[in-house]
Design a protein. Structure first.
Length: 320
């Protein structure tokens, strides 16, 4: 099977432990990348600093770094000074950390802005990210003004900035109504820049909104009802390569010690990727038909051994 680079998204490595301890756990579990939230970045900037954080990342084997997501990066009445400050911190961190990507959310407010009115701001932000060496990627969500990955791909393509791309999250895509066929046909290969894997149930759990499911019911890859190996093959056919984002968040996952949670998430994701790798490969050889040796578990000692045991018990005075 192929080797794959995995990236732990912020929910996958969230915890109460200090950030340095958690980053080292991410690397120890076999991840080659991680995403840092705005909260992480503000904490680091106020304490250890980005240069020291880069040394910790290097020491943990982390080469892929995603930052964000940025919210309300477009011109609107609800945009605040804090959100402008967030943009500055993200761009500063991107430069210091040699970040791979900066994530931007679509508009999740109501009634929401027209995507066409966001293009100029998108172009500006994509240019700013390019200056610090990071790619800008758009994350569409079913409850946003770009509710499907197909529409978001058209937005990125229409904007036309060479540093702009699309993040395809399996949960957001499939819960947004996309199918593997519609992703194959409706996502322009040139726009696809990042992929995140999680699994889900056949239907959104009763009593949950889609947004709540996204936050609380992201199951381990391979542990739900979705054809994730097929999803992986679909985005590969569109030209996507590495790394594979892993976004797991359930109550059971959060209850595990951070190291165990990360190792479990990595192993589950690698199993899905291995299944995708194996598709179309020659069938595995048939199992051997010769009689297998008796295992130690099933071995039944002969009667003479049993008699010997009884004699030994008698010699030692131990009741048989």
């Amino acid at each position: 099977m192929q080797e794959h680079d995995l990236l732990a998204t912020s929910w996958t490595w969230a915890g109460v432990e200090p950030i340095v301890e958690r980053i080292r756990a991410v690397g120890a579990a076999g991840f080659a990348g991680l995403s840092l939230t705005l909260g992480d970045l503000h904490e680091v900037r106020a304490t250890m600093g980005f240069a020291e954080l880069r040394r910790v990342l290097d020491g943990s084997g982390i080469v892929w770094v995603q930052l964000g997501p940025l919210e309300r990066w477009w011109t609107c009445a609800g945009r605040t000074a804090d959100q402008d400050a967030d943009r500055g911190v993200v761009l500063e961190a991107a430069a210091s950390l040699s970040a791979w990507q900066v994530i931007a959310r679509a508009d999740t407010t109501l009634p929401g802005i027209s995507p066409a009115a966001m293009i100029d701001d998108w172009l500006e932000l994509a240019g700013q990210a390019a200056k610090v060496g990071a790619q800008l990627v758009l994350e569409p969500e079913p409850w946003s003004n770009l509710p499907t990955v197909e529409r978001a791909s058209r937005f990125v393509a229409a904007a036309g900035h060479p540093n702009g791309g699309l993040l395809v999250d399996a949960m957001h895509a499939l819960r947004g109504g996309s199918t593997l066929a519609s992703i194959q046909q409706g996502v322009a290969p040139a726009t696809l820049a990042a992929v995140e894997l999680s699994d889900g149930l056949l239907h959104t759990p009763a009593g949950m909104t889609l947004a709540e499911e996204s936050r609380e019911a992201r199951h381990l890859p391979g542990a739900g009802a979705w054809d994730l190996p097929g999803f992986v093959r679909t985005v590969r056919d569109l030209g996507y390569d590495e790394p594979w984002g892993v976004e797991v968040r359930t109550a059971a996952h959060r209850a595990m010690p951070i190291g165990d949670a990360l190792r479990t998430a990595a192993a589950a994701t690698r199993a899905v990727l291995d299944a995708a790798d194996a598709y179309g490969a020659p069938a595995a050889p048939a199992m051997p038909t010769t009689p297998a040796p008796t295992s130690a578990v099933d071995f039944e000692p002969p009667a003479s051994w049993q008699r010997s045991d009884r004699r030994r018990d008698a010699d030692t005075g131990t009741p048989a």
